[in-house]
Design a protein around this ligand. Structure first.
Ligand code: GDP
Ligand code: MG
Length: 177
């Protein structure tokens, strides 16, 4: 209902990618609806959610796409990436493997997406600090080498979620306008 009678200046498609269970759907639920669920079912059906916000006096509609359980390598179709101007590359900071897979997700992304796409690396579940398996410096180093923005988030505690999406959307806006 928030979009009613609103003039939209820009629509930005942003895709979420990363291994299964890293928290992609909950990051989206937190950002789009300020909701979180601990027993989230595997994502079915819903392709994207939108959130309308104002950046620099312009109305920007963010259309955030969530993988519908297609997280297996190479299972995400090119339609998913088509038209994306932003990407959130998400790992679970308590699961080393999900971070080690970032390189191949990035390769997939770069193979399909526009070359000017804005990419944010996200280490999610920072509320589980005692179970940390990925040092911040490792992720920072990877992000710098690959020219990505980087943040650690918690969808559960709402830490940095808004900030991560806003950073990406503002950077996209800066490039597009
Ligand atoms: P997806 O497969 O990447 O979409 O992952 P989900 O969003 O479905 O989340 C997988 C599991 O991790 C669910 O049980 C979530 O409740 C949980 N989860 C997601 N984000 C967080 C977080 O920030 N902190 C904690 N502790 N659990 C989370
Ligand atoms: Mg999901």
């Amino acid at each position: 209902y928030g979009d009613f009678n609103q003039k939209i200046d820009y629509v930005f498609k942003v895709v979420l990618i990363g291994d299964s269970a890293v928290g992609k759907s909950q990051l989206l639920a937190r950002f789009a609806r300020n909701e979180f669920s601990l027993d989230s079912k595997a994502t079915i059906g819903v392709e994207f959610q939108t959130k309308t916000l104002v950046i620099d006096h312009k109305t920007v509609k963010a259309q955030i796409w969530d993988t519908a359980g297609q997280e297996r390598y190479r299972a995400v179709t090119s339609a998913y990436y088509r038209g994306a101007v932003g990407a959130m590359l998400v790992y679970d900071m308590t699961k080393r493997q999900s971070f080690d897979h970032m390189a191949r997700w990035l390769e997939e992304l770069r193979g399909h997406a526009d070359k000017n796409i804005v990419i944010m690396l996200i280490g999610n579940k920072c509320d589980l600090g005692s179970l940390r398996a990925v040092p911040t410096e490792d992720a920072q180093e990877f992000a710098e080498r690959e020219n990505l923005c980087f943040m650690e988030t918690s969808a559960l505690e709402a830490t940095n979620v808004e900030s991560a999406f806003l950073t990406v959307l503002t950077e996209i806006y800066r490039i597009m306008s």
